[in-house]
Design a protein around this ligand. Structure first.
Ligand SMILES: Cc1cc2nc3c(=O)[nH]c(=O)nc-3n(C[C@H](O)[C@H](O)[C@H](O)COP(=O)(O)OP(=O)(O)OC[C@H]3O[C@@H](n4cnc5c(N)ncnc54)[C@H](O)[C@@H]3O)c2cc1C
Ligand SMILES: NC(=O)c1ccc[n+]([C@@H]2O[C@H](COP(=O)([O-])OP(=O)(O)OC[C@H]3O[C@@H](n4cnc5c(N)ncnc54)[C@H](O)[C@@H]3O)[C@@H](O)[C@H]2O)c1
Length: 541
């Protein structure tokens, strides 16, 4: 089949030596990222014989090597730099100048890269131990479908072995999307993978102001070695979020010296290199959407963060009847690859939100669909719509359930209660008062918890506290039973819940720190409002 694949692309056909077949497996998982690992582990818990094929020499996928783990390790390092320069905190020492604080000059790019590598290697070691203890057979090589029932495993030495299984799970992840006009050269025009390979530059333009672009902008700003520019196609960064979140992140980036070019597009990007010294740079021009004005800038490096695309290269899809729809393998609500019922696709390789919890949840649901006794669970309804998310800027931003923007789009009436961190005891103690908790409940007698947004220290934990209530469609009255420890930022959430039902210890709207507002859909939309049950609440869970 490889021969057929290569001949389609007019590529030279190597002389191949076919070795023995692998024994038959119940489940063959392709990819060792969080989607693949969760699928393999869940298959083991069903007592199945499982193999996990990984083409890279490293285990753990993007999550461990080029995604969450190295980027959040970099975030922790950059956070330390920002914490020690926290003015509120430093003013508590009599003479902050005498403290031996790290400065930008002391940041060693090589050491940072080493720290990122070490963190990934530690996690990989744990994963391999767990996989081996579970009896999952690890196979190194590129999996390529020979037909819908068999996969050829190709290794570097032009040998391949064939493998058959009752079920296949494609968990091959995604790769950075190239700019349509300016492809990466991985030296001056780079992508997120290069961030964990190249030292921190003196100046950088980030093209794309989504989650990844803003996270990297924030980390570089905190490290203090890089002048950062961000090109934002829209009027505000993080266009899908509520205005209060995107404005707060925007202000925080600007306060740390990041220049954001709003409402404009990349007009030109060129790279230059001195042939003698090998030192180069990028010159970029932007055109304003408002008045068409063009401005040019010179930076050391460009970073393209304009989304990701699924990884199907070498997968041999052409040897099966699987097909693509809008660039993704066409799947049904259970993520079975049409027209088959024994091949599933999960994680970044699908059009689902590209996050680790999503990949893991989809993998578990796929296995449940194969072997589970409980009713089938579609992935196109909650709780998948209701997974919590955290973004890592200067302040962590976490969310679960619906935002104000989404409620309005769906004509769902809501009450929104917001409590700023500077009014919490914990925020004052930490000297970090930037942030808020925002609770949305349905604007009716039931007062269902629709969603929470939190920004600031421990934001992720605040959101997790309430995630079950959102996923189960509970009323805010249930939250009133909570008595959080003191001092904790969770008390801000509980205070929001109390205020939503008129039992708060504060009166909202007397100051801007504690506010409560409501919104109802236009008259003609009322009654259609919230109860699109199947879409937002999962009764099967
Ligand atoms: C910079 C960055 C930061 C991120 N931060 C976060 C975060 O904070 N939180 C969060 O939830 N998510 C984050 N993500 C997203 C997260 O990393 C991905 O959603 C997650 O890794 C997807 O898991 P996956 O299992 O689908 O695929 P991957 O983790 O991409 O794994 C796929 C694996 O399949 C292998 N493979 C591909 N093709 C084949 C083949 N033919 N044969 C054999 N093996 C193959 C690949 O080598 C790879 O190891 C981040 C991503 C990036 C890039
Ligand atoms: N903490 C996290 O959970 C986390 C962190 C990083 C990345 N991720 C995942 O990785 C995925 C990829 O992140 P991302 O930020 O690259 O994608 P994204 O889709 O979140 O944002 C891409 C941004 O680039 C803009 N854009 C698109 N084309 C452009 C162009 N030609 N020029 C300028 N701007 C353009 C878009 O308008 C958008 O704002 C995300 O969907 C996210 O789920 C998650």
């Amino acid at each position: 089949m490889l021969r057929r694949t290569l001949s389609v692309f007019n590529l030279p056909i190597p002389v191949l030596r076919r070795a023995d077949r692998y024994p038959h497996f119940d489940v063959c998982v392709i990819g060792s990222g969080p989607g693949g690992l969760s699928a393999a582990m869940r298959a083991v818990s069903f007592g199945k014989k499982v193999c996990m094929v990984e083409r890279s020499e490293r285990t753990g996928g993007n999550d461990v090597w080029l995604g969450t783990l190295p980027s959040k390790t970099l975030w922790e390092i950059s956070k330390l730099a920002s914490t020690v320069s926290n003015k509120g905190m430093l003013s508590r020492f009599t003479d902050p100048a005498q403290l031996q604080l790290p400065t930008a000059d002391m940041i060693d790019g090589e050491r940072i890269l080493k720290a990122l590598y070490n963190a990934s290697a530690t996690k990989e070691e744990h994963l391999i131990d767990a996989v081996e203890a579970a009896g999952i057979q690890r196979i190194q090589g590129t999996a390529s479908f020979a037909n819908s029932r068999e996969v050829d495993i190709h290794s570097d030495n032009a040998e391949y072995r064939t493998l058959s299984a009752d079920y296949f799970i494609i968990a091959t992840g995604s790769k950075p999307r190239d700019h349509p006009l300016y492809p990466c050269d991985h030296k001056y025009i780079t992508n997120s993978d290069d961030m964990f390979r190249l030292p921190v530059p003196k100046s950088m333009v980030i093209i794309g102001a989504g989650a990844m672009g803003c996270e990297f902008a924030s980390m570089l700003a905190n490290l203090g070695k890089t002048k950062v520019y961000v090109i934002d196609k829209a009027k505000h960064i993080l266009p899908r979020e509520d205005a209060d979140i995107s404005m707060a992140v925007q202000d925080s980036l600007a306060a740390r010296g990041v220049t954001i070019h709003h409402d404009c597009h990349l007009f030109n990007l060129e790279t230059f290199e001195d042939p003698d010294t090998g030192v180069g740079c990028c010159q970029y021009s932007i055109q304003s959407a408002k008045d068409g004005a063009v401005e040019s800038f010179i930076v050391d490096r460009a970073l393209v963060t304009i989304g990701r695309r699924p990884n199907y290269s070498g997968l041999g899809l052409e040897n099966t009847r699987m097909h693509l729809r809008d660039g993704y393998i066409d799947t049904d609500a259970y993520r079975r690859c049409l027209p088959y019922d024994h091949i599933y696709c999960v994680g970044d390789a699908t059009r689902d939100a590209p996050t680790v919890p999503m990949a893991q949840a989809a993998a578990r649901i796929a296995l449940q669909d194969m072997y589970g006794a409980t009713p089938r669970q579609s992935l196109d309804v909650a709780p998948i719509n209701n997974l919590s998310k955290s973004w890592f800027f200067e302040d962590e931003v976490a969310s679960i359930g619906l935002s104000e923007k989404e409620c309005r789009r769906e004509h769902i009436g809501y009450i929104v209660v917001k409590f700023n961190y500077d009014n919490t005891t914990r925020g004052i103690i930490a000297g970090s008062t930037n942030g808020f908790v925002k609770l949305l409940v349905s604007n009716d007698r039931q007062k269902k918890v629709l969603g929470v947004r939190a920004m600031g220290a421990h934001a992720g934990s605040v959101v997790e506290v309430v995630s079950l209530a959102v996923r189960r469609g509970l009323s805010v009255y249930e939250l009133l039973h909570m008595n959080p420890s003191y001092p904790s930022v969770v008390s801000a959430l509980v205070e929001c819940a109390r205020m939503a039902v008129g039992r708060g210890t504060r009166n909202p709207n007397l100051t801007s720190a504690v506010t409560m507002n409501e919104w109802m859909p236009p008259h003609f939309e009322r009654g259609r409002a919230f109860y699109k049950e199947e879409k937002y609440q999962n009764k099967q869970e």
